[in-house]
Design a protein around this ligand. Structure first.
Ligand code: SF4
Length: 250
């Protein structure tokens, strides 16, 4: 059984190197990190203790019918995707996000194998703290890898797993994406260190402004873009925020 929060689309990929492209989303339930600014905290902040880790302090309901945990067999996931888009005959990008979908790699394999066989491209969003399972990796077209910085509020030993990141980088399928807050120089210095430690090609690195409203996104992007470009990094907006103000169904 898979633990699913949402299946929705068609929409646009909001972030990273495929931003703006047509896709359908599978959002898995559960995360092993607790980022203070997480924009999908409904996938994990379902206890008072976890809710206290977020900036809002809001505790979500695990059994919320829209965004909470739904247990699904692989066939049900496929059927729900089909209601969004004809994934069998009109292949598109399937964004597998969370939470962190790497928690459920083995459970996802039967779903991803079918989607892959129909010609869909599988793009996986992950913070890169959980080792890859080969059968899962075989289905994946691209990793949108977002290692978390100190600004996330997670302790270093939990958020930074150098061996896992190196293995993901070695697949040749990873694009790195870092969330930058208003403390731009501190955050970029940490990005530089990770990029050097892992040996990430700089052309595969994008930085992205934190913020769940369009004004904050644009202002932070304007402040950091030159420093990012000088380093050889690209810039990602959060397209869905600019278009829909972080509506969780888009
Ligand atoms: S890793 Fe992603 S889903 Fe998990 S808490 Fe951080 S931002 Fe949220």
């Amino acid at each position: 059984m898979l633990k699913i929060s949402q299946i929705f689309g068609p929409t646009v990929q909001g972030e990273g190197s495929a931003a703006g492209r047509h896709c359908v989303f599978i959002r898995t339930f559960d995360c092993n990190l607790e980022c203070t600014w997480c924009d999908t905290a409904y996938t994990w902040a379902v206890t008072d203790e976890k809710a206290a880790k977020t900036l809002s302090g809001h505790r979500y309901e695990r059994n919320d019918p829209a965004y909470g945990e739904k247990l699904m067999e692989p066939d049900e996931v496929i059927n729900r995707l089909r209601k969004c888009w004809d994934v069998e005959n009109e292949p598109t990008i399937i964004v597998v996000s969370g939470g962190d979908p790497l928690i459920q790699q083995r459970e996802l394999v039967p779903v991803l194998e079918r989607l892959h066989a129909w010609g869909n491209k599988i793009h996986v969003e992950t913070a890169g703290t959980i080792p890859l399972v080969p059968e899962f990796d075989a289905c994946v077209t691209q990793y949108n890898l977002s290692p978390k910085l100190a600004n996330s509020g997670n302790r270093l030993s939990k958020r930074y797993k150098q061996k896992v990141l190196s293995a993901l980088n070695a697949t040749g399928k990873a694009w790195f994406k870092f969330v930058i807050t208003k403390d731009i120089e501190t955050d970029l210095a940490e990005v530089d260190q990770i990029v050097a430690d892992i040996g990430v090609p700089r052309r595969r690195v994008m930085v992205m402004p934190e913020g769940s409203d369009a004004r904050t996104n644009i202002e932070t992007a304007q402040q950091m873009v030159d420093a990012a470009l000088e380093r050889g990094y690209g810039l990602s907006f959060r397209t869905h925020v600019l278009l829909w103000n972080d509506d969780p169904d888009r």
